[in-house]
Design a protein around this ligand. Structure first.
Ligand code: ARG
Length: 575
């Protein structure tokens, strides 16, 4: 494995080693006992250690004596801030360190770090079912998945962005029967998903009165699985047309896949997978001929891998897909961005993979799960048949609301420009709403909060960026000058300390597969820079302070832009 630390991590390690030397020399404590971490609050420095408590406990000496010696020794180091009276604060037992502004600036200017170089990550996300409208669950998977793809890439990993279409299964038997009976070729061409939904809903209604339809559907799926040409042709249309509609949405959301897979493509390898499970003796055949994998852990219920009528199953296709991906991409890890509801299923799947020895145990498999989307009153935004929230309409509404604000705020912009800004703000608001909330919990969908230009929202962050750009435009060409930390005041330095945390937020987000850690960081940065330029004059400061502050503003704008782009949110130059 590569060293998976960013800028802060590297400096932290350096500090940890320096502390260890002092501690060993004075108190004979082992290197490994020295813990260094990052304090939560900006005013508490970049790093903190509790080693003084350990030393004091071990030797029965006052902590103040230990911290005194540590402070005295470490203030000599160039990357620690010099005037340490208010710099290295000893809280009860803790010693907090501030990096020197000079060294922060040097690190910030150093360019790209690639702490994830050497890793290859497959991110499977979106995975909608063809012939059906995508629902909010798929939208979440799409947005979170793309953010993870971007985050891992920003850290230097190689990423395979993968869509896995639900394009196979018994429901296609139903759809084929319904299409034969009630389908319209013209409608299918014009509004494919609406038409497929219409006949699918009709099938269910009719099947209540004519249960024999279900048998027809089963037979049709069986024929499809056996390669019936005519059925395959119609199925291909379903797939192609659905994909066309999905792609419109992806384009609008700035979502891009490297590969599209479908459940259908593993038909041929299912037999082999089943045979391997049999050979490993982990399959049980039921009396009706169906086959299941049973697990030792009772919490994991048996997984059905073959139906009694011989039809293939979701789980078996997933096993085959997983094997194929390992072989094709040689990943170091695989993420499946799929809703909470499938948590048990992924437990089954991954346990089965382990039992069957399909995967090298070093390849990490993760179900990146997420909660529901709750509507305004905490009600589930569901997709019961007939009551579907169209994602396109949802985005349109957001863009509409954004348009109204833009009209008010920027009457001077041309129509085209306004439309561009409204699209970026509206779509950005929907995405940010999702990405700023912890994925593990159910999230709320509140139009007012989401579209607001204040508070933790997409528009607020985009607007902050615009304000910074406006300052920079007014300033004209920036002078290149030597970074001189001595003229900076506390406000400037606080901003510097915040800026250096950006990469760390990416790393933490990747470790937990939680994009909201990046969103939260950006929100904190935006708050800080907003109060910064209110309290510290930038354009009106005297040189060389003016130029230095402009550099800080420029750097902050850059971080905001990169961060938003990592979340898949566009910035605009004016709004
Ligand atoms: N198409 C499935 C659904 O909509 C999700 C697929 C998730 N991925 C997987 N490898 N099973 O429920």
């Amino acid at each position: 494995m590569t060293s998976e630390v960013g800028i802060l991590g590297m400096l932290m390690k350096k500090l940890q080693q320096e502390i260890a030397v002092v501690v060993k020399e004075h108190w004979q404590l082992d290197t490994r006992e020295v813990d260094v971490s990052c304090p939560r609050e900006l005013g508490h420095g970049d790093f903190t250690t509790n080693i003084a408590l350990k030393v004091a406990a071990r030797w029965g000496i006052p902590t103040s004596q230990v911290t005194g010696i540590l402070v005295g020794e470490l203030a000599q180091r160039p990357f620690i801030r010099k005037n340490f009276t208010n710099v290295i604060i000893a809280e009860p037992g803790f010693v907090n360190f501030f990096l020197s502004p000079q060294s922060i600036w040097r690190e910030l200017s150093r360019g790209k770090y690639n702490p994830y170089r050497g890793r290859k990550v497959i991110v499977e996300y979106s995975a909608p079912n063809i012939a059906k409208p995508m629902h909010v669950g798929h939208l979440r998977s799409t947005i979170i998945g793309q953010a993870l793809v971007n985050i891992y890439r920003a850290l230097g990993a190689r990423v395979v962005a993968l869509n896995y279409l639900g394009d196979w299964g018994t429901q296609f038997g139903k759809l084929l029967v319904a299409y034969q009976k009630w389908g319209s070729k013209v409608q299918l061409k014009h509004t494919p998903i609406d038409e497929m939904l219409r006949i699918y809903v009709k099938f269910h209604k009719e099947a209540k009165i004519h249960p024999e339809l279900e048998d027809e559907a089963k037979a049709a799926f069986k024929n499809l699985e056996q390669g019936n040409k005519k059925l395959l042709q119609t199925w291909k249309l379903f797939r192609e047309y659905s994909l066309r509609e999905f792609n419109d949405l992806y384009k609008r959301l700035g979502v891009k896949f490297d590969y599209y897979e479908g459940e259908s493509q593993y038909q041929k390898s299912l037999r082999k997978v089943l045979n391997e499970l049999v050979a490993k003796k982990i399959i049980t055949i039921n009396e009706d001929g169906s086959q299941v994998v049973i697990f030792d852990d009772e919490k994991i219920t048996p997984m059905l891998v073959q139906k009694s009528d011989g039809a293939s199953l979701y789980a078996t296709r997933d096993l085959a897909a997983l094997k194929a991906r390992l072989k094709k991409y040689h990943p170091t890890e695989m993420l499946y961005v799929v809703a909470n509801q499938q948590a048990l299923y992924f437990d089954q799947l991954f346990t089965c993979v382990k039992l069957a020895g399909f995967s090298n145990p070093k390849v990490k498999l993760t179900h990146v799960k997420f909660g529901l989307v709750l509507g305004e009153e905490g009600k589930k935004m569901s997709t019961r048949e007939g009551e579907i929230i169209k994602l396109e309409e949802l985005l349109n509404k957001a863009v509409d609301l954004a348009w109204r604000t833009v009209e008010k705020k920027n009457p001077e912009l041309g129509r085209r420009e306004k439309a561009k800004v409204a699209e970026a703000v509206g779509v950005g608001a929907v995405k940010y709403n999702d990405l700023s909330q912890n994925r593990l919990t159910d999230i709320t969908f509140n139009w007012r909060r989401m579209m607001s230009f204040e508070g933790n929202s997409g528009p607020y962050l985009q607007y902050t960026y615009v304000r910074l750009k406006s300052i920079l435009r007014k300033a004209g060409k920036l002078k290149s000058l030597r970074f001189n930390a001595d003229i900076l005041i506390e406000l400037d330095v606080n901003l510097l300390h915040k800026l250096i945390q950006y990469q760390d937020s990416l790393l933490r987000a990747a470790k937990e597969n939680s994009p909201h850690l990046v969103a939260n960081y950006l929100y904190e940065l935006a708050n800080l820079v907003n109060s910064y330029y209110h309290e510290a004059p930038v354009l009106k400061a005297v040189e060389p302070l003016r130029s230095l502050r402009l550099l800080l503003v420029q750097r902050t704008a850059l971080v905001l832009k990169s961060g938003l782009e990592v979340l898949g949110i566009k910035v605009v130059e004016r709004m």
